[in-house]
Design a protein around this ligand. Structure first.
Ligand code: URA
Length: 188
């Protein structure tokens, strides 16, 4: 694989692998530091993201920024992306075939970034990336180790908007992920 970030952006922009390419306004590529050790993966762009072509720019983005800030980070210091690069109409869950159609873009992002730690935001991302039977309520904040990286999951910011009592739990999971990045770095 000798792709560059520009190649991936162009593939995402031109992609017609699934019908969402006909209903979306703008494709939503990941955003952030291409050298980051921490990669966040959520499920799919929402309405505001679809309009602006950037991930997490709506209300759930405000929650995400606060979570990052509370752990001493900004969105420019990490990399954030979604499994789907197109907005599913009506904010419904992504369909299996849409996830499969889009997964190669995510794999390229992972390959280019090579982060030390992945944080899946919400059930859809955790079940696609960590394990199909992952239960956020029971397993958030637990760690799975693969070749050169560690994976965890926490509540999706939109779940926090619906139930603000989840904020503190997600903050602890986020801060643990930041700590895990440090530990991984120190082992190098
Ligand atoms: N929800 C997501 O899963 N991703 C975004 O980018 C915004 C909202």
């Amino acid at each position: 694989m000798n792709k560059t970030w520009k190649d991936v952006e162009q593939h995402v922009a031109a992609c017609t692998y699934c019908p969402l390419s006909r209903t979306r306004n703008r494709p939503v590529m990941g955003f952030g530091d291409h050298q980051a050790d921490l990669m966040l993966i959520a499920e799919a762009p929402g309405v505001e993201e679809d309009l602006q072509g950037l991930p997490f720019v709506g209300r759930s983005g405000e929650v995400l920024d606060k979570l990052l800030r509370d752990c001493g980070l900004t969105r420019k210091e990490i990399y954030m992306t979604n499994i789907l690069k197109r907005h599913p109409p009506g904010n419904r869950d992504p369909k299996e075939e849409e996830k499969e159609a889009c997964i190669s873009h995510l794999k390229y992002e992972m390959f280019l970034l090579k982060p030390k730690v992945f944080v899946c935001l919400g059930r859809v991302a955790a079940q696609r990336i960590i394990s199909p039977d992952f239960k956020i309520t029971r397993q958030h904040g637990t760690w799975t180790y693969r070749k050169n990286y560690a994976l965890t999951a926490t509540y999706h910011p939109s779940a926090i908007l619906r139930d603000p009592s989840k904020y503190q739990i997600a903050k602890e999971d986020f801060c643990a992920a930041v700590k895990k990045c440090m530990e991984c770095k120190n082992k190098e």
